[in-house]
Design a protein around this ligand. Structure first.
Ligand code: CAA
Length: 694
């Protein structure tokens, strides 16, 4: 085989020039691939022995897109457009044979080929929007010419993958094949034998006709995606590029796409989203638990507690195929928990994601029981009982006595001292925290709490297990609230202070919403329940405004009112004069002189304490790296991904500016709350940001 570059080979086989790309792990279009592909196609086209050209990839996938690491750096090597030009302009048929994930620039290469085949497990997509950019190598102009405008908009604005059947039905591929190489070769030969034309997608305009007859199509689409795309720039740019397909020539459309791509790729939002892409993958790595660390096979799981969390966590395992034994203290609670799980699955049936038969199979993996002894043979037991230390210790003492040796014991605590829980067992090395977020069957974040004695094997097992369940695991050390809730608390403290000093809850919520969160802190409390941690018998409504709201039965969305009033059906939120009165009353009682607080101050007072706490979390070694904190906040608390996360955001503001503000607030409030973390002082003194921490 003739090497063109260290990533691309060319060989003539049976009259076909076979170009092999080998750039593990995902055959990204790195400089070496672009250079190699360009040269290989030119050579193959000029080679009289070859009647057709076949592009095939080694390893687990066809080209999965541009090399994201190259964005933001000076361009080197052959531009992708030149590679595409030689493919599309070749004098003999070029065929791609596709497996794995054909994404982004990979799909843009594939649709420049004259023909495409794929094996049935292949998937296709334009995920660029998730990186804050658009398909910048002709994708926005070619895809609508293949699948039509509507489907192209869906694919590119949502960024999700489609399967091989969709690809076949919609002309993204010409045939399904059983064998990647044989199938590709057969197609190449067939095209030659049958004298088929060299199809250039750029010249095919038929699929655009329907959209031309539907002048409101783009308006409807924009309205439909408005809520999900709020704050992002790429979706609107993609829509505009697709609009161009109807009104501009192909070449002018390409120019528009290039211009918009440049604006996006150089913008801070895309930088944040690209950073986040790698942050999420980095979070799964633990420096002292290397890849290849032995793991414990998890074939059977025990769940203690069938409440909201126990049920939601169980669903992850059941859906994935792992049997669960679920334990409750009494029959009623057990039945209720199982009913909730079934109902959740049946919602999936209504949406067409599951059949009733699927639900029966999934629920068949569940063994409900009232006897804790039944989890004895489980490989992993997760405790999800009420958040009370004594109760948790009692459960762990029991589990330690019953559960087989070598099994992992996990607690779903959202912030208790896991070292103390582990200490009641004779196997502290097998104990850790698995903090799932509610609704646990949907939320992707999993804080994996490494206690002092948790073994590396247990950490490796749970990190791998999290991925198996489709979760994003982030390691946290033990501290009250772990990474996420500890930081959340700081924002909550300031949100309350702000309303006692002059803002109203809806002012704070508006600023946080405008920043990009789906809701502000007060709306979030209403959603979670104002009564979390409230005890009616010991209520202190004269001192604590949350208690006061509970005493008034304003316990949040579940009672139709909390900080806000909620429409019984639509849950539409409206403000409430009584709440305003309460806020003013509390201000007065606290002796505060209310003042007008600017939106800028609201934002800084909510966000900067989070950054400061993040820095303390890093200093204490609770978080492995700044980007892990960002992954927690983006995934667990809906921090807008186009702002990267609190630590990334701090760097974009400038850590020196954040520090100056922390000091200014400290002076203004005369409150140690604002004491800057020494880490921030140190980084600023060195002229560095969180991004510079190795
Ligand atoms: N560039 C650089 N590195 C990439 C990459 C890319 N496009 N895609 C994946 N990687 C790296 C990951 O960072 C990871 O590296 P580490 O092992 O060092 O952590 C490794 O490849 C494996 O990735 P995953 O852990 O994500 O593997 P997976 O099997 O779970 O998923 C995947 C594979 C579906 C391809 C997933 O990696 C993915 O979605 N990648 C991004 C695809 C993408 O966004 N493509 C479009 C790029 S932009 C573009 O193409 C613009 C254009 O128009 C030219």
């Amino acid at each position: 085989m003739a090497a063109i570059t260290d990533m691309v080979d060319l060989e003539i086989q049976d009259g076909v020039a076979v170009i092999r790309i080998d750039n593990p792990p995902v055959n990204a279009l790195s400089e070496g691939v672009r250079n190699g592909l360009h040269e290989a196609v030119l050579k193959a086209d000029a080679d009289d022995e070859a009647e057709a050209i076949l592009i095939i990839c080694e390893g687990r996938t066809y080209i999965a897109g541009a090399d994201i690491r190259e964005f933001g750096k000076p361009h080197r090597g052959v531009p992708l457009f030149d590679v595409q030009d030689v493919i599309e302009g070749a004098s003999k048929p070029v065929v791609s044979t596709i497996h794995g994930t054909c994404l982004g620039g990979g799909l843009e290469v594939a649709i420049c080929c004259h023909y495409r085949v794929a094996i049935s497990t292949a998937r296709f997509g334009f995920p660029e929007v998730k990186l804050g950019i658009l398909p910048g190598a002709g994708g926005t102009q070619r895809l609508p010419r293949i699948v039509g405008v509507k489907k192209a908009l869906e694919m590119m604005v949502k960024g999700d993958m489609v399967d091989a059947n969709f690809a076949l039905e919609n002309g993204l591929i010409d045939a399904l094949v059983d064998d990647l190489y044989e199938g590709g070769m057969a197609m190449a030969k067939k095209v030659v034998e049958e004298g088929r034309p060299l199809i250039k997608v750029r010249d095919a305009n038929d699929k655009l006709e329907d959209a031309k007859k539907d002048p409101k199509l783009f308006h409807r689409f924009r309205r439909r995606v408005a809520r999900k795309t709020r704050g992002f720039d790429a979706p609107e740019s993609i829509i505009q590029c697709v609009e161009d397909t109807l009104i501009k020539s192909f070449d002018d459309g390409i120019q528009g796409e290039r211009d918009r791509f440049q604006v996006l790729v150089n913008g801070i939002k895309s930088e944040a989203q690209r950073y986040y892409f790698f942050a999420e993958r980095q979070a799964g790595k633990i420096p002292d638990v290397p890849k290849g660390t032995a793991t414990i096979p998890i074939g059977k799981v025990g769940m203690i507690g069938a409440g909201t969390m126990g049920g939601g966590i169980s669903m992850n395992f059941l859906s994935e195929g792992t049997p669960v034994t679920i334990v409750e203290a009494n029959r009623e609670a057990l039945d209720r928990g199982i009913e909730v799980m079934r109902k959740n699955y049946l919602r999936g049936v209504k949406r067409g994601r599951l059949t009733e038969a699927d639900v029966d199979v999934i629920m068949g993996r569940l063994t409900p029981t009232l006897s804790i002894e039944d989890v004895a043979d489980c490989d992993l037991v997760i405790e999800a009982v009420f958040e009370n230390m004594d109760l948790k210790k009692e459960v762990f003492t029991k589990l330690d006595a019953i559960v087989k040796e070598g099994a992992i014991l996990a607690t779903n605590s959202s912030g208790l001292d896991i070292n103390s829980i582990a200490a009641v067992t004779k196997r502290p090395e097998m104990v850790l925290g698995t903090h799932f977020f509610s609704p646990a069957n949907i939320m992707r974040l999993l804080e994996v709490i490494r206690a002092e004695k948790t073994s590396k094997k247990v950490m490796a097992t749970v990190m791998a297990l999290a991925k198996r369940l489709g979760k994003v695991p982030v390691v946290s050390g033990v501290c009250p609230g772990f990474i996420g809730n500890r930081i959340l608390r700081q924002r909550g403290v300031q949100a309350l202070k702000l309303i006692f000093e002059g803002s109203m809850p809806w002012d704070v919520d508006r600023v946080i919403f405008d920043f990009g969160f789906p809701m502000g802190p007060f709306a979030m409390v209403d959603l979670a329940g104002v009564d979390i941690g409230w005890d009616a018998e010991n209520s202190q409504g004269d001192k604590n405004i949350h208690h006061r709201l509970c005493e008034l039965d304003r316990r949040g969305q579940k009672t139709g009112k909390g900080w806000y009033n909620y429409h019984p059906e639509t849950r539409f939120r409206t403000t409430e004069p009584l709440v305003e009165k309460l806020v003013l009353e509390f201000s007065e009682k606290m002796g505060k002189t209310r003042r007008k607080i600017s939106d800028e101050e609201i934002l800084q007072r909510c966000i900067y304490p989070m950054i400061n706490e993040g820095a303390k979390i890093l200093e204490e070694g609770i978080s492995q790296r700044p980007s892990d904190i960002d992954v927690v906040w983006v995934n667990g608390y809906a921090w807008p991904v186009y702002r990267g996360g609190p630590m990334f955001y701090a760097d974009t503001v400038g850590l020196d500016k954040v520090l100056a503000k922390l000091k200014a607030f400290q002076e203004q409030d005369n409150d140690d709350f604002w004491q800057p973390a020494p880490l921030i002082e140190k980084l600023v003194a060195e002229g560095k940001g969180f991004k510079d921490m190795a």
